[in-house]
Every structure is written in C-alpha cells, then in structure tokens.
Ligand binder design. Structure first.
Ligand code: DGL
Length: 280
C-alpha cells in the first residue's frame, strides 16, 4: 500500500480528462493536479522551453510527496520524455499508452494522429506506432486551434466555429480512409463528439487521457501501491494563473462540481536554488 497522492500535470485544463478517468477507476486515490494556466499553450513552444516547463512542473509535484507522476500532456510526453525518465518516482506520459491502444484497435492499419504542433513535429506517436506495427500508414495532423476552443468551453456538437475548425483539420484524414484516430492531446477528448461527427461512427477515437489513466491503474495494482486508507480520495488543484476561470471550466472537464480552494503558485520560482544560509 502507498497512501501518497498521484501527481498529474498539464499546460492547463486538458489534463483533467486524465483526472476524470482516474477518479472513475481509482476513487480512493488522492490526486494533486497542477495546471500551468499561466503558460498555456505548450503546443507551440520550443523543445528547450518545454523541457524547462516539464522539470518545473514535476519538481512542484515532487514537493507534494507524490508516488507517481502522470504527464497528462501529449506535448510534454512527446517532446520531453527524458525529463520524465530522470525523475526519482515513476513518471509516465500518454504516447505509448495511446499509440498501443490505436495499434490494437485498427483493422485497416490506417491511423490518424491529432496533436499540438510540437507533438506532431516530434514524431513520437509515429515512432511508437511503427515499432508495434511496421506496416501502419500514419496520418499526422497538428490541430493547434483545438486547444483554445476547449479552454474556452466551445465544445458543443452544434458550435459552428468548432465544427468548421474540425472539418478543416480532419478532412484529409477522412479522405485517407483512416479507421482509427489518436486524440494525442489531452484537451481533445472534450471534442470527441464533434470529431466523431466529422469522422463518422465507423472511426475509432483513442482517448489519450483514458489510456494514461488505465496504465496508471495497472501499474499501481501490479506494484501493490494503491491507497489503503479506504476513504474517498481527495483532489487538490494548483494553477499558475486565473483560478476563477479554472473552477468554471474544470467542472465541465471533470463532469462534476469542483469545490474547495484552487491554489495559485508562481511556477517560475519552483526550481530557484534556495538562498545560501547566512554565515556560510
Ligand atoms: N494538453 C496538452 C497536450 O496534451 C497541451 C495543449 C497545449 O497547451 O498546447 O498536448
């Protein structure tokens, strides 16, 4: 048994799709969530910046004594897996989990990958799919405009702006005849109804957040590291800016009311070296 919380982070709200899945599967686990709302979006940042952000986000969660970290962010998982691999606790992302689920799901071996600019440029999903299924035909598509649509809650199936945006991004994949599409950014599962409408119901959508939560559950069970206190898990939310907006949209992401304090922190201060002790 391990009663420490699970740490989850993302650039903003998207990672809450992972929290939602964790709450369903592991209702006894405490979760500390950090949403870097002051620096969202991550998807158009350079590799150097993303490495720095990932280190700071993880360092903050390590300070909360977490037993596991989930980078609930396709961008960090794709561009900075080495940062996760170097941590003193087990840290996982969404790439392997979602790519493997897509390989299991596809029948015609034509797989679409949706992600941020940085995720698609990294080629991380493609590499993982090819390792598992060398004959796969892969159709990557960066969808940067999906992120602000989701952060603003424009996720309805009748939202004209969202539908037009989705058609523009998805038409090439539809024409290519993909039968499986990876939602390779954790914001995108919120757009699954619209994406599903555009792609058609015969296309399987792979929710990267769900795949990451399933993987975490498997690991904790295997390692005997579940919370043993038999109480309902607690949720603790931290953001780097605008906590008021977070509460409103987070309820939509989680599918339940977000109550309690949302704490704000200055993430840039997290990895500043401690000032030297006086007299040394
Ligand atoms: N939710 C994140 C991802 O999975 C990042 C979106 C962004 O900040 O651009 O890639």
């Amino acid at each position: 048994m391990d009663n420490r919380p699970i740490g989850v982070f993302d650039s903003g709200l998207g990672g809450l799709t992972v929290v939602r899945q964790l709450m369903r599967r592991l209702p006894g686990e405490d979760i500390v969530y950090f949403g870097d709302t002051g620096r969202v979006p991550y998807g158009n940042r350079s590799r150097e910046t993303l490495e720095k952000y990932a280190r700071q986000d993880c360092r903050f969660l390590l300070g909360k004594n977490v037993k596991r970290i989930i980078a609930a962010c396709g961008t960090v998982s794709s561009v900075a897996p080495h940062v996760l691999a170097a941590l003193p606790v087990r840290a996982t992302g969404v790439v392997e989990q979602a790519a493997d689920a897509a390989v299991r799901a596809t029948l015609n071996r034509k797989i679409g990958v949706l992600g941020t600019q940085a995720t698609i440029q990294s080629g991380a999903f493609e590499r993982r799919i090819r390792e598992q299924l060398p004959s796969a035909e892969i159709f990557p598509q960066a969808c940067p405009l999906f992120v602000p649509l989701v952060e603003n809650g424009w996720i309805g199936r009748d939202d004209e702006v969202t539908i037009l945006t989705a058609r523009r991004y998805l038409t090439p994949l539809k024409e290519a005849g993909v039968d499986t599409v990876i939602l390779g950014c954790t914001h995108f599962p919120l757009l699954a109804p619209v994406i599903g409408d555009v792609m058609g119901e015969s296309v399987t959508l792979i929710d990267s957040g769900k795949a990451a939560a399933e993987d975490c559950e498997r690991q904790l069970r295997r390692d005997g590291a579940l919370n043993g206190t038999k109480k309902a898990g607690e949720l603790h939310f931290y953001v780097s800016d605008r906590p008021q907006d977070f509460t409103k949209v987070a309820s939509m992401f989680l599918g339940c009311e977000v109550t309690g304090d949302i704490h704000t922190l200055d993430i840039e201060q997290v990895d500043r070296p401690e000032p030297a002790a006086a007299g040394r």
